[in-house]
Design a protein around this ligand. Sequence first.
Ligand code: XLS
Ligand code: CA
Ligand code: CA
Length: 441
Amino acid sequence: MTYFTNINKINYEGPKSTNPFAFKFYNPNEKIGDKTMEEYLRFGVAYWHTFTADLSDPFGTGTAERPWDKFSGMDLAKARVEAAFEFFEKLGVPYFCFHDVDITPEGSNLRETYKNLDAIVAMMKDYMKDSKTKLLWNTANNFSHPRFVHGAASSNHADVFAYSAAKIKKGLEIGKELGAENYVFWGGREGYETLLNTDMKLEMDNIARLFHLAVDYAKGIGFDAQFLIEPKPKEPTSHQYDFDVASGYAFLQNYDLQDHFKFNIEANHATLAGHTFEHELRYARINGMLGSVDANQGHPLLGWDTDEFPSDLYSTTLAMYEIIKNGGLGKGGLNFDAKVRRGSFEPEDLFHGHIAGMDSFAVGLKIAQKLIDDKVLDGVVEGRYKTYTEGIGLDIVQGNTDLKKLEDYALSLSEIKHESGKLERIKTTFNQYLLTFYAGE
Ligand code: XLS
Ligand code: CA
Ligand code: CA
């Protein structure tokens, strides 16, 4: 059965195209630096937002009109797989991602849930034989069901720890079966509401215990996916343990997990943490911890996780700047953890959302590569830190000094001469690159 009947394959038609079902900037085979766009961007579709969600929000029921709505139970799960692979093919996207509960309904007990999962995973495996779309990552949803009311690995109840472990074990087996390149851990309810009833130390120790068990199990079954932690500062709990990359990295080092994990960085989670997207990418990159990206954006006026499709070119440019500097994303990719707005309820909106996101990152990639080729920001940064390339600065960075020597040097100084940071000039140049790009294309 065909689900998106009126929509054909989305092709690159260039910036002058007026066809809404065409890419204006994402040209998969175009070379940027030493890679093609497709190799750099490694786009993924999030199963939950695109095939499972109904666009309900805390104030209203779902509005989504989907061609698979007429099915229910396992028939619905199967229809979604058919629709998903049709969508991947038409969009020409190399990856997808899912939680266990996105692809099948939960059974009345864990054994039944496994049975449902096995059926759908077998079907997916079959579809993947003829499809170019691969699994970027899968994960266990250990947060939606009421059993996770007090957390998963961080729950006060040991049975919930065991249940969560079982779902992760199954997830790792599914990842292996489908050839997932990564496995994600987002700490859905791994956080707390109040310290008044919380043993924070035990909760954090237990999260680390479960991570170690997962690392060991994956090794045991020969599943060599990259493990990824996805930080988020709040929502649903008021204090999530993986607040941001910095706190997540400290956690990994504290529990000797840093060699087994990298980060999956979501733009909207970065902004919820009071950071920019590029701050989180930079923090991970300079520590060798940048694994993958959940590509979306928050609403500038709303303080919650709105998961919008990315369209802010300033942000996609700065994000791609970090990704190019990282030498690409390795096994990671750009997963659109993004949902169309509640008012965009028609099936074709799913294509428009992804086209917007893919084109925005393609533009970001092109501008970022040009900024790097022309050494625009590198030149600024090099000039700004030049005092560390000679004299006392060189001694400092090479470790050839001590407090006494530094004191002698400071006592000999008459006046410290600063230079302007030239922020306005830099921003103008940045805009020039954005605007020249438009004019030239
Ligand atoms: C929720 C998270 C979630 C993870 C995967 O805010 O973004 O969807 O990406 O569990
Ligand atoms: Ca996410
Ligand atoms: Ca989110």
